[in-house]
Write a protein that binds this ligand. Sequence first.
Ligand code: UMA
Length: 449
Amino acid sequence: MIPADWKDGEVAVVGLGKSGVAASRLLAREGVRVYASDTEAQSDGSLQQLKTLGVTVETGRHDLKRIAKARAVVASPGVPPDAPPLAAAQKAGIPVVAELDLGLRFLRFDGTQVIAVTGTNGKTTTTALIGHLLRAAGYDAELAGNIGRPVCDVAMGRAPMWVALEVSSFQLHDAPTFDPDIGVLTNLAPDHLDRYKSVEEYYADKALFFRHAHAESIWILNGEDPEVVKLAEGAPGRRRTFAVNRRAEGWYDRAGDRLMLGEAAVIPRGDLKLLGDHNVANALAAALAAAAAGVPRPAIAKGLSTFTALKHRLEPVKEVNGVLWINDSKATNIASTLVGVVAMDRPFVLLLGGRHKGEPYTRLGEALKAGGKCRAVVAYGEAGDIVMKDLKSFVTLERGASFDDVMARARRLAQPGEVVLLSPACSSYDMFKNYEERGATFRRIVESW
Ligand code: UMA
């Protein structure tokens, strides 16, 4: 599972978020000497626990000389490949392995079958849907990866029969053994331009999804996204496509208002409790993945109709004086916000801003103007001025200051029968710890009214 020579020396774990902590624990259990470091000091008790396991923990800096002498480096997804510790390892010819890859080596050894999901948007919901469909059918299945639980953490326990795995481009970057049984690619759009130099560089990491494709691989692809089709081109394996505007192996019969697998109806659209066509696409992708894993159609139907919206993803929070407040804090890029905006069937006020990720907002402005339902945008955070500049010829704008001020402005702007949509198209790190905290703050304020 891990090369024998890792035990002759020391393995360096870079980053001590959830991934680094889980990887350190797993390596320590295997009798590997671990040096784990993070530029920040972590406040929870996990590091103390690592020390009791014999892990050498350093916070506040990385010892680059020590890292350059390690047998291998395990990277957390949030540490960019050009960050000093990974660059030092690279320069010294030390293998760099993603936490995800390390965990998968153990699960694969124990026979776990992997359904991996990647794409720019929809991957968390699709992963959760797949896990739900498998479990509803009585399968022994766990959720892991970008969805929140590091793979190394799953590998610490009894190996499940199946894992539904959300995989980010960051995790694919250093995953030399990654080889899922079933792979789902939801869509592709520009993202993470704060980390990648170009869209091509980002797509190149996504292409690593297919690095070990073989005749038995099953690929579930968005048949309506030309970038997805292009990326999968030439990859060996069987393909199933999903589509919401035309026929495919999984498709939306709009006239009959039902989700279909081939010629068979699975459920009426109204039984799927999720907003927007993009969620129909996610449900179709998940249904195809579950079918490929052997789940019978009636069980898929039951699972689809019992699944509810995930937190922070077009999650209706509360109606206040006739205004529905929707939390889509997970929308951290423009493509994702566009999806949320398209799903709105009534006039809405959009809360947009946070830490800018590089892409201009003009594309969003054009869509807001064309859709005709956006009453106003409240721009805020570090990106606020850029949003104001990019959107000024498209929509009515207000500049918000604190998050309380943003919420108060939205409250004044929205009329009964309308929606306030928090779908920021930016990361949250300028004002919050993460998108979850941003969504929770939104909820707390709305619920206090
Ligand atoms: N750090 C260093 N040195 C550096 C840079 C960073 O020490 O040079 C440290 C940071 O201080 C931090 C740690 O490295 O403590 C980075 O940790 P991390 O960001 O990888 O955090 P984890 O808690 O391990 O969370 C990661 C994923 N985070 C990212 O990809 C940014 C989580 O996805 C994932 O749920 C978790 O592993 C479990 O698998 C989050 C995410 O935002 C949800 N993902 C991105 C997205 O969805 O857009 C890709």
